[in-house]
Write a protein that binds this ligand. Structure first.
Ligand SMILES: [Zn+2]
Length: 374
């Protein structure tokens, strides 16, 4: 999967996981101590480095250039932020507190956990990572059972190939499964048994749009209408999904949609997803609105039929030489006054941007053709 700290950190970020540089073990008088050099460190080789991430989890990032800056030629341990931010949570099984026995008991009663991402901690325990189900997953210590901790919202785990203070290394378990699984209902029921108490009193809206089931359904239905055969469309869909900031779940929508194409290449997906993090490489504004607009031009009827009207109006205005920003103003006003409650301003903007892009392409082609004739 990955070897060096930099490779792994970049790999995690390419999956939409927010990462953090953590302190690591160093040798001091033939003993391993935390690189923070505090002899009384309470979380040796596990806590974020204040120099790079002064606000801890708040500074975590899935942005490739930020992550590369932190980890290139640096020995930091890697933290993966759990919770809605990354779209994952982890069950931390700590055998020193009886976590292994607790988990065996629970599995005997309810059935085995599904195969999923499994990391071995350098101290003898393991992390079972699951897809975040949405809502709030509170982090807890030995709440669901002795030795079973939950790293959910506002939490993080130490990830491979980090070094443990005991001298061991965090590693990918031999039975690691590359597809992230949903947690079984019985586990979620135990984790969320007390819904009034959440991790930090805050509900995360991790992206420009809060991740929710309705929006996910809408995305899935829209994607079904978009043919997966054109590279430009493939890029736009990827960018639109990346823009949500939903992390891994958004990435898996992109994968699932494109897997129907013969051009599907997991490595290309990885590399390109990572490049979205660098931003501004195309100068195009691509949002979920773009995705829905694309679906609509392919006959998707998940939205209002007024979308076509807006696209048409924008096309007419732009073709007559009206500047895109003026066109957007006009169309926004039209939309507001003609009451289309299910078309958001953002969606109108995306439709206009899409039509404007097409109009510019047409003009460029005409211009090119004209140049050839001269
Ligand atoms: Zn320390």
């Amino acid at each position: 999967m990955c070897q060096t700290v930099l490779d792994c950190a970049m790999h995690y970020s390419s999956l939409g996981l927010a990462v953090l540089p953590l302190h690591y073990p160093i040798k001091y008088q033939s003993q391993l101590v935390c690189s923070c050099r505090n002899v009384e460190c309470r979380s040796p080789a596990k806590h974020p480095t204040v120099r790079l991430v002064p606000n801890g989890l708040k500074n975590a990032s899935a942005d490739a250039s930020v992550v590369e800056g932190w980890f290139r030629n640096q020995p930091w341990n890697i933290g993966i932020v759990t919770g809605a931010t990354s779209g994952v949570f982890a069950l931390d099984v700590d055998p020193r507190h009886g976590g292994d026995n607790s988990l065996s008991d629970l599995e005997a009663q309810n059935g085995a956990l599904p195969k999923t991402w499994r990391f071995l901690t350098g101290g003898g325990g393991h992390h079972e990572v699951f897809r975040h189900p949405g809502g709030v997953i509170p982090s807890s210590v030995s709440k669901i059972a002795l030795g079973l901790d939950v790293r959910g919202d506002n939490g993080y785990i130490v990830a491979p190939p980090s070094k443990h203070i005991s001298g061991g290394s965090y590693s990918i378990a031999p039975d690691f499964h590359p597809d992230l699984a949903d947690a079984p209902e019985w586990l979620l029921a135990r984790i969320c048994s007390d819904p009034c108490e959440d991790a930090g009193g805050t509900i995360h809206t991790s992206g420009p749009v809060g991740r929710n089931e309705v929006e996910e359904k809408r995305i899935r239905s829209a994607l079904q209408c978009i043919p997966a055969d054109n590279r430009d469309v493939w890029l736009r869909i990827g960018m639109a999904l990346h823009w949500t900031g939903w992390g891994f779940p958004a990435r898996s929508f992109w994968d699932d949609w494109f897997r129907t194409s013969s051009k599907f290449d997991p490595r290309d997906q990885d590399k390109t997803w990572r490049s979205f993090g660098r931003g501004r490489q195309t100068g195009r504004i691509v949002t979920l609105g773009t995705l829905f607009a694309l679906a609509k031009t392919n006959g998707w009827r998940g939205g209002s039929s007024n979308n076509k009207l807006i696209a048409h109006a924008a096309g007419v205005l732009l073709a007559r030489g009206i500047a895109p920003h003026a066109c957007l103003d006009l169309v926004m006003e039209f939309n507001a006054n003609h009451g289309n409650p299910d078309i958001s301003e953002e969606e109108v903007a995306a439709i206009v941007a899409f039509v404007a892009g097409r109009e510019f392409d047409k003009r460029a082609k005409r211009h090119e053709a004209g140049a050839h004739h001269v």
